[in-house]
Design a binder for this molecule. Structure first.
Ligand code: TSJ
Length: 662
């Protein structure tokens, strides 16, 4: 059939089925079928739309909804967003914007708001102009949330009326109706995630939601956003930062020693791309650069970060030369030099951001490099000229870093010659495994030689390697590169892992894709674990970001009947209940079982250690993830840095937790 004929047929159908409202019934039926097919697709393969159906995916639903309110705020119409975790673990999001349009759409003959919740990718089709943060990372919109919720309802306050509609697993209940009058404006969406989809958990984590809500407040200057937990005792956190990302930098650096008080802040726009940068130097040695594109944390960096780095190196060098702080014959400062001790937040808003990379968190738009570089260079140069004292301190800090870098390079060369960070020279203490397929292999980093011994004889030699470490390793938070490189314990770790060090770091050379920290369940064990995590976080961040780092969870209780250990209880929020339950079970009609409490790995023999902690079939391991780089950075500064008071406060506040969530 030719296209013409096809069109003619459709036209005929059109005439026949035109109904009283002027809406074409066959078009309507067709679009309804599409709606149902869309819903079906989402429910069949939820992971394709929201990444996963784990805890991560569950929380993602909230951001899909909140992003729409953020867009309304960015458009200048909403000033306040509220998020509630209801007592039944459903979520309510409310804003004071214009309200989703309720008028009938020509194409579908249905109210726009209904389309928003039933048609895939329908969000934001009306209106237009300005930046949109919704449609970002997964950017699937409200219809996907609707399809994955047992129940969702929307209330729109608009033109003095209160409109309401509800849906079940994405299917429309009654038509949109007016349920009263109002003098307010805004949109409220309430939804209950479907437990058939979210089989892992449907319980929301207040801390996780609050952290992102606070980040959204930092990223969207002036926005008021609050989160309330209505479960149990209830609590509310309200965030509002007039300083935006400048406040964010101050927050990250809260407990750090600074080389100047107020973070530098610049804001400008070019070709519809808005660029904001806030930065400040600490007296420390590492850099914390966070970048965002349309409010999405671009963990993998990208063109905006590239533009920032280029400009920073160029401007500081040219200022240093111009002011003759750096002499003609002296080596220029490298990027690494000028970033030592730097905390920076880069936030851009782009009408059409392209996300690339493994986790789709790398900004790819090539035009952005030049724009950020140009805008930021101009602003930084002006700042340096207007603030010569601060400028001088920045340059001097870079020069100091450059000297340390040259010294460290020399130390490293000497070290390499002496015993080598090369793989050919694996540390003597390492009991390596037979397999050399990094995807299969695991490195257990074990506290103490005795537990190390049990681990060596208990392990599966095919894929498990053991590296015993003796006691407290060096605190890298307080040490310079050359000291760190000279440390025996740290060197053996780097060599065993095969990934190199600092600027030479290469994740692709990792010899194991699981690094398992196995320490005693006591204070010293916790300290060693924190020292190791600090080392990983500061000097091997890619392994943490790749999700290679784990913490072994040896059992805390064993139930013994006679001389046999019958059952182990793993640590967790329900550990005491589980212990009671298991005890009662083993006590039935038998002699009384004994409860053994394990304090150290040394209390288990090699077989027990394998059975409870190392055997992939039975073991429990906590994967370390950087959910929030800013929070992790603050925690490490507190735990490992110079200032005592914040550390004491932190430890007092968190004393009940055995591990720190980073
Ligand atoms: F999409 C959604 F349902 F998930 C959702 C949207 C959820 C929540 C809590 C809020 C919103 C939302 C949408 N808040 N505000 C808006 N605004 C609009 O949809 C809107 C209003 C008016 C106009 C216009 O051009 O007049 C355009 C838009 C996009």
């Amino acid at each position: 059939m030719s296209e013409n004929e096809n069109e003619q047929l459709e036209n005929e159908a059109l005439e026949i089925t035109q109904n009283a409202d002027g809406v074409n019934a066959s078009d309507y039926d067709a679009s309804q079928i599409q709606v149902l097919e869309g819903l079906e697709a989402v429910r069949m393969r939820p992971g394709m739309y929201i990444g996963s159906t784990s805890k991560e995916g569950l929380h993602h639903l909230v951001w899909e909804i909140v992003d729409n309110s953020i867009d309304e705020a960015l458009a200048g119409f909403a000033t306040h967003i509220e998020v509630f975790i209801e007592p039944d673990n459903s979520i309510t999001v409310a804003d004071d914007g214009r309200g989703i349009p309720v008028g009938i759409q020509k194409k579908t003959g249905r109210p726009a708001v209904e389309t928003v919740f039933t048609v895939l990718h329908a969000g934001g089709k009306f209106g237009g102009g300005g930046y949109k943060v919704s449609g970002g990372l997964h950017g699937v919109g409200s219809s996907v949330v609707n399809a994955l919720s047992v129940q969702l309802d929307v209330t729109v306050h608009q033109n003095g009326q209160k409109y309401f509609q509800e849906y079940h697993r994405g299917i429309v209940g009654d038509d949109l109706k007016i349920i009263g009058t109002t003098d307010k404006r805004g949109t409220t969406v309430h939804f209950t995630p479907d437990p058939e989809i979210f089989t892992e958990t449907t319980i929301f984590d207040f801390g996780k939601l609050a952290t992102r809500v606070r980040e959204l407040a930092f990223l969207n200057r002036g926005l008021r956003i609050s989160i309330t937990d209505k479960r149990d005792n209830g609590k509310t956190e309200s965030y509002h930062y007039e300083g935006g990302i400048q406040s964010y930098v101050s927050y990250i650096n809260e407990n750090k020693e600074l080389i100047f008080e107020t973070p530098i802040f610049t804001e400008s726009e070019m070709d519809d791309i808005a660029v904001e940068v806030a930065m400040q130097y600490t007296t420390g040695y590492h850099e914390t650069i966070m970048s965002f594109a349309n409010n999405i944390n671009t963990h993998e960096g990208g063109t905006h970060e590239q533009g920032f780095r280029t400009a920073l190196t160029r401007v500081i060098n040219s200022y240093a030369k111009q002011q003759k702080i750096l002499k003609e014959n002296e080596e220029a400062l490298t990027g690494e030099d000028v970033r030592e001790g730097l905390t920076a937040v880069i936030s851009i808003k782009h009408p059409n951001p392209q996300f690339e990379g493994q986790t789709k968190t790398k900004l790819g738009n090539s035009e952005v490099t030049g724009i950020v570089s140009k805008l930021f260079a101009e602003a930084l140069q002006t700042f340096m000229i207007e603030n010569p004292q601060i400028a001088k301190r920045i340059v001097e800090k870079g020069i100091l870093a450059s000297k340390a870098r040259i010294a460290a390079k020399r130390a490293r060369e000497v070290t390499r010659k002496k015993s080598g960070l090369e793989i050919s020279n694996l540390p003597g203490k390492l009991a390596d495994c037979a397999s050399n397929d990094p995807k299969q292999t695991e490195l257990f980093i074990v506290e103490g030689d005795s537990a190390g011994g049990s681990a060596k004889s208990g392990r599966n030699r095919e894929f498990q390697a053991i590296l015993p470490i003796r006691g407290k390793i060096l605190n890298v938070e307080k040490a310079t590169m050359d000291k760190i490189l000279a440390n025996e314990e740290i060197r053996s770790l780097f060599t065993a892992m095969g990934t190199g060090f600092g600027a030479d770091y290469n994740l692709l050379k990792a010899r194991y894709h699981k690094l398992v920290i196995m320490t005693d369940a006591d204070v010293d064990g916790a300290h060693i674990r924190t020292l190791l995590l600090t080392l990983f976080y500061r000097y091997m961040k890619p392994v943490v970001e790749a999700g290679y780092v784990y913490i072994a969870q040896p059992p805390i209780y064993g139930i013994k009947v006679g001389s046999d250990t019958k059952e182990y209880i793993q640590p967790g929020p329900k550990q005491e209940e589980q212990l009671q339950e298991a005890f009662a079970r083993w006590a039935q009609g038998r002699t009384k079982p004994n409860i053994q409490r394990y304090k150290g790995l040394g209390e288990m023999d090699d077989h027990q250690l394998w059975e409870t902690t190392m055997d992939p079939e039975n073991r429990l391991m906590a994967r370390v993830s950087i959910e929030d780089a800013a929070e992790a950075d603050r925690v490490f500064t507190m735990l490992m840095g110079d200032q005592v008071e914040p550390r004491r406060e932190f430890i007092e506040e968190n004393a009940v937790y055995s591990t720190i969530d980073i």
